[in-house]
Design a protein around this ligand. Structure first.
Ligand code: ZN
Length: 174
């Protein structure tokens, strides 16, 4: 396994739509392992292919990670599709490894049902509520070139982008 560099805004690859995965090859399995390792190392609870510069439809997540470091139980979703959304909405604070140290409240359906392929090529379904629901939708958005800041006002979005830009420049100087 190897750690992959995480792509930061405003890199255009974060605005691209990722393509479906046709075959679950060894390279795809390796990508999943690398993404899981990169996610835990960040640390984060989700990571999508665009964020490591790959435009294929895969994301990894483990929403329990922060609660208990011992239980590493990451899920890899390939070609995920949301097949049902609740009418009830939920507002949660979200962050993103590609938008470091910036957080904002985002409103999304409270419960979603997602269909995806696992690493063995089998169809799976999962229902997620609350944090899990937000995470699934946030990661799936990445595969469609959408970021959580796209749900904010232009003013707020530009403020966040400027902060990240300033932080990146400061890091480069040091
Ligand atoms: Zn993200």
């Amino acid at each position: 396994m190897s750690l992959l560099p995480i792509i930061i805004v405003p890199d255009p690859v974060l605005k691209e739509v990722a393509k479906p995965i046709e075959n679950i090859t060894d390279a795809i399995k390796q990508q999943s392992l690398d993404m899981v390792e990169t996610m835990y190392n960040a640390p984060g609870i989700g990571l999508a292919a665009n964020q490591i510069g790959k435009l294929n439809r895969m994301f990894v997540m483990d929403v329990n990670y922060r609660k208990n470091d011992q239980s590493r139980d990451a899920i890899t979703m390939i070609n995920p599709e949301i097949i049902w959304r609740s009418d009830e909405m939920s507002i949660m604070e979200e962050g993103c490894l590609s938008i470091p140290q910036q957080y904002a409240e985002v409103e999304r359906p409270k419960i979603v049902r997602v269909k995806y392929l696992n690493l063995n090529g089998a169809f799976q379904e999962m229902e997620g509520e609350g944090l899990t629901s937000h995470c699934i939708q946030h990661e799936l958005d990445h595969l469609n070139g959408v970021l959580f800041i796209d749900y904010l006002s232009r003013l707020k979005r530009n403020m966040i982008l400027r902060k990240v830009d300033k932080m990146q420049k400061e890091e480069n100087i040091l």
